[in-house]
Design a protein around this ligand. Structure first.
Ligand code: ADP
Ligand code: ZN
Length: 727
C-alpha cells in the first residue's frame, strides 16, 4: 500500500511517547499534508510533544473543528509501517502502553530540533571573573575540544543548562553552528573475509540461503566457543548487505561492542553504527537518522537498537542469544531476542541466533522444527576445547577465610609459569557479600530493601545491590555498639584479588567487575588483557561473555554453587551456560586450555555433565524437569508484582486482586506470596505467578483480570510476561 497517495486526511490520530493506551486525535490544518507514520509536533495541555501519526480519518468525528491542530510535520522519512506494527505488537504481547513502547523508538530528540537551534558551544578565549566549581567543570568538558549543544554539555558536566548559557554570555564559551551529521560509509561485503573451514563454509551457506530467500526464518547457530560463529554470521551479513539491506548485530553487553566493532571494521572495511546507552546524544542522533534513511547499513548495539526506525532491515543477528541480559526488567518489560524474532516475522526477513550454549527455548524451537539448527562442533584451527575437572571442596577445602583450593592454586601457578594467562571467576561484586558483628551477630542490612549490604573496599562503602544505597563502613556495631567487631563474611572479587595478590605475588592482576569499570575504562582494561599486560584476571560474569583472549589457558571457577541456590526455574540452565562459557575462555589460541570448577556438589547432574562434556545429557535432564512442571518452553509463565509503600496496604491489595481473578481451566494463578525480595526501595512486594499451557492466550486472561483495576496511593502493579526474574 502506498500511503502517501491517500487523499489528505482532515483528522488523524497521533501516538505520543507517553504511558498512554490510545493515540489522540488532532486536526490537520489547511495546507498541511500528513500521512501515516509522519513525525509531528502537537499540543498536549500546555505542552508541545513530538509524536507519530498512527492512523488517519478513522474517528468518524463530525466536528473536527473541536480538535486541536497539528503544529508541525517534520520533513523526514516517515516511521515505516513495519516499525509501527512492531510497536503495537510488542505492546500487545507484554501488556504495555503503545506510547511507552513508542518512547523507546524516539530516543534521539535532537533530530527534531530546528536547524537554527543547532548551536554548539566550545571553550572561548576569556575566563569568567568569578570561577565556580560548576563553571570549571563545564570549561573542563568544553576544553576537550568537541563542540557540544548546551544540554549535552550541561549533562556531561553535571550542571544545569543555565551555567552553560551564563558562560556563553560572558564569552567564556563561544557558539558555533553544529556541522551536519557525517554520513556512514557504505560497507564492502566482499572485503576482509577469512577462508572458512569446510564445516564453517557449510554453515555459512545455510545462513546465506536464509538471507537470499528474502523471507522470515530463524537459524540457531549453535557452535562451541571459538568455532568461528562470528566469521560464519559475517557471511550472512555480507549477503544482506549485497542485497542492499540493513543489518543489526545485537550484543548482550555494552562492554563487548568495542571488540565487535573492530572485527566488523576488519571484515567490511567501515565503522558500523554503534547504539547503546553509552553513546553520546549527538552520535545517537546521527545513528537514528541514518537508520531512518536507510543509510546506516550495519548497526552494532544493545537491546534498545531494536527500536531504531529500521527502513530496510534484511538480517538481525543476536549473539550470545542465551544471555538473560537481553531481558529488560524495568520500564517496558521485553526480551530483545524474542522481539528480534518477532521483528523478522513481521518484516519477513531472517534472524540468526548465535551461541555456544543456546537457551533451552531456542533448542526446543529447533527440535520442533521452527528454527533451523546449524551446528559447529569443533574449535577453529588447532584450538581444542578445554578439559574440565571438578575440585571437591568437601575434601580439598582451603583454610578458613581463604577461597582458593590447593589444586586451583597449582593450576594457576602452572599457567603463569608457562607465560600464559589465567582467569579466576567469581560471580560476586565487591569485597564481601555480608558483614556481621562478631559480638552480637547483627547483620548489616539495607535500610530500604530486604537485602544484606555488600562491602566494597575500593569505594570504602557498604552498598545495596538492589537499590544502590551506599554508606560508609561504621566504626561500631549499630546494634550493640561494640568496637572493631564487624567482620566480612564470604568472598567477592575484591577479596579474592587480595588473596590472589598474597598467593601469586608476581602476578599482574586485573579485576573486572561492572562496578569497577564501565565504558571507555572497561574497553581499556579488556584491550590491555588482550595485549598481555595482565596475566591473572579476576572477574564477575563480565568475563564470561564472548571475550577472545588467545593467551588464556586456564579458567578457574571459585564458587560454582552460587547460582544454583535460587528460586529461579532456569537456575540450572543458567549455571550450566555460565560455567561452560567461563571454561570456554581457556585455550582459544594455540595453547591447549584447562578449567577447574570448585564445588561442594560434585555429584550434581550439572557438574558431572560439565566434567564429562555431556551437554545433551544435561539438557535432557533439564528438559524433563521443565516438561514435568509445565515450565517454559513447555508452558507459559507470567508474573504480576504488586507493591506499595505501606506493608499492610500492599498485602490487602494483593489479596483483593486474588479474589478478582477469573476462573479458567487453562490458567493457574499461584499466590499472592511475599516476593523473595520482599522490600525494595522501601516498597513492599507481593507476587503472583501465572502458569498456562503453551498455546493459551495468557494476555487475554491477564486483560480480563487486570484491566480496569484501580491503583490508589503508592500502589503499583507490574506485569511481566515470560519473566526471567523471580525475585
Ligand atoms: P566464536 O564466535 O564461535 O566464539 P570466533 O568467530 O570468535 O568464534 O572465532 C574464534 C577465533 O578464530 C577468532 O579469532 C577468529 O577470527 C578465528 N577464526 C575462526 N574461523 C577462522 C577461519 N576460517 N580462518 C581464520 N581464522 C578464523
Ligand atoms: Zn537497598
Amino acid at each position: 500500500m502506498n500511503e502517501s497517495q491517500d487523499p489528505t486526511p482532515v483528522t488523524v490520530r497521533v501516538l505520543l511517547p507517553l504511558a498512554l493506551q490510545e493515540a489522540y486525535s488532532y486536526r490537520v490544518p489547511p495546507g498541511m499534508q500528513v500521512a501515516v507514520g509522519d513525525y509531528v509536533r502537537v499540543p498536549l495541555g500546555p505542552r508541545q510533544m513530538i509524536g507519530v501519526v498512527w492512523s488517519v480519518n478513522c474517528d468518524g468525528l463530525s466536528e473536527p473543528s473541536r480538535l486541536r491542530d497539528i503544529l508541525q510535520r517534520f520533513d523526514m522519512p516517515a516511521m515505516p509501517q513495519l516499525h509501527r506494527r512492531f510497536v503495537d505488537w510488542l505492546a500487545g504481547y507484554y501488556l504495555e502502553q503503545p506510547g511507552s513502547v513508542l518512547r523507546m523508538s524516539l530516543r534521539a530528540p535532537g533530530v527534531f530540533e530546528p536547524v537554527h537551534e543547532k548551536l554548539a558551544y566550545r571553550a572561548g578565549r576569556v575566563l569568567p571573573d568569578r570561577m565556580t566549581p560548576q563553571r570549571q567543570r563545564v570549561l573542563d568538558v568544553a576544553g576537550e575540544g568537541m563542540a557540544m549543544r548546551a544540554g549535552d554539555l550541561a549533562d556531561a558536566a553535571g550542571v544545569g543548562v543555565s551555567v552553560v548559557k551564563g558562560l556563553a554570555d560572558l564569552g567564556a564559551l563561544e557558539t558555533v553552528a553544529l556541522p551536519p551529521y557525517s554520513p556512514f560509509a557504505p560497507p564492502d561485503p566482499a572485503g576482509g573475509g577469512v577462508k572458512l573451514s569446510r564445516s564453517q563454509a557449510k554453515a555459512a551457506t545455510a545462513l546465506r540461503q536464509a538471507v537470499t530467500a528474502r523471507d522470515f526464518s530463524v537459524c540457531l547457530l549453535d557452535g562451541v566457543t571459538g568455532s568461528g560463529k562470528t566469521e560464519v554470521y559475517f557471511e550472512a551479513m555480507a549477503a544482506a548487505l549485497t542485497a542492499g539491506r540493513q543489518v543489526l548485530l545485537l550484543l548482550p553487553e555494552i562492554a563487548l561492542t568495542g571488540q565487535f566493532i573492530t572485527r566488523v571494521e576488519k571484515r567490511f572495511g567501515v565503522s558500523p553504527a554503534e547504539w547503546h546507552s553509552g553513546v553520546r546524544p549527538r552520535e545517537r542522533e546521527r545513528v537514528w537518522q541514518a537508520v531512518a534513511r536507510g543509510e546506516a547499513m550495519i548497526v552494532v548495539g544493545a537491546r534498545s537498537a531494536l527500536f531504531l526506525p529500521w527502513r530496510k532491515p534484511g538480517l538481525f543477528v543476536v549473539d550470545e542469544e542465551h544471555e538473560s541480559a537481553f531481558k529488560q526488567d524495568d520500564g517496558v518489560n521485553y526480551h530483545a531476542r524474542d522481539m528480534a524474532v518477532v521483528y523478522g516475522s513481521l518484516g519477513r526477513f531472517p534472524v540468526v541466533l548465535s551461541s555456544a550454549t543456546p537457551s533451552l527455548e531456542s533448542l526446543v524451537n529447533a527440535e520442533r522444527g521452527r528454527y533451523r539448527h546449524v551446528r559447529l562442533d569443533n574449535r577453529h584451527g588447532r584450538a581444542e576445547l578445554p578439559e574440565i575437572d571438578l575440585v571437591d571442596m568437601r575434601a580439598q577445602s582451603p583454610e578458613a577465610g581463604r577461597w582458593l583450593s590447593p589444586p586451583l592454586c597449582a593450576a594457576v601457578d602452572e599457567a603463569l609459569a608457562s607465560g600464559a594467562q589465567a582467569l579466576l571467576f567469581l560471580n560476586r561484586r565487591g569485597y564481601a557479600p555480608l558483614t556481621l558483628c562478631r559480638a552480637c551477630g547483627h547483620r548489616l542490612e539495607c535500610p530500604d530493601c530486604s537485602s544484606w549490604l555488600v562491602e566494597h573496599r575500593f569505594r570504602r562503602q557498604l552498598v545495596c545491590h538492589h537499590c544502590g544505597h551506599a554508606e560508609p563502613v561504621p566504626q561500631h556495631c549499630p546494634a550493640c555498639q561494640a568496637e572493631h567487631s564487624l567482620v566480612p563474611c564470604g568472598p567477592g572479587v575484591e577479596r579474592l584479588a587480595e588473596e590472589a595478590q598474597q598467593r601469586f605475588s608476581d602476578a599482574r592482576i586485573a579485576i573486572l567487575s561492572s562496578d569497577l569499570q564501565r565504558g571507555a575504562a572497561l574497553k581499556d582494561v579488556l584491550r590491555d588483557i588482550a595485549k598481555g599486560r595482565y596475566n591473572l584476571i579476576i572477574g564477575t560474569q563480565l568475563v564470561a561473555k564472548g571475550h577472545h583472549f588467545p593467551e588464556l589457558t586456564f579458567a578457574g571457577v571459585v564458587d560454582a554453587d552460587l547460582a544454583l541456590e535460587t528460586t529461579d526455574p532456569r537456575a540450572g540452565e543458567r549455571t550450566w551456560q555460565l560455567l561452560a562459557q567461563v571454561a570456554g575462555r581457556a585455550g582459544r589460541g594455540d595453547k591447549p586450555g584447562r578449567a577447574l570448577i570448585q564445588t561442594y556438589m560434585p555429584d550434581h547432574p550439572l557438574m558431572t555433565a560439565l566434567k564429562s562434556g555431556d551437554r545433551e545429557g544435561f539438557l535432557d535432564h533439564e528438559k524433563r524437569i521443565r516438561q514435568n512442571a509445565d515450565l517454559p518452553p513447555y508452558g507459559l509463565l507470567a508474573a504480576v508484582i504488586v507493591s506499595g509503600k505501606d506493608a499492610r496496604e500492599s498485602e490487602l491489595f494483593a489479596r483483593r486482586l486474588a479474589t478478582l481473578r477469573p476462573r479458567s481451566e487453562a490458567v493457574q494463578v499461584l499466590g499472592p506470596a511475599t516476593a523473595p525480595l520482599a522490600v525494595v526501595r522501601g516498597r513492599y512486594r507481593w507476587r503472583f505467578l501465572i502458569r498456562a499451557g503453551r498455546k493459551t492466550d495468557v494476555q487475554a486472561y491477564l486483560r480480563q483480570w487486570l484491566d480496569g483495576v484501580k491503583l490508589r496511593g503508592s500502589l503499583r502493579m507490574d506485569i511481566d510476561v515470560d519473566p526471567y526474574s523471580f525475585m
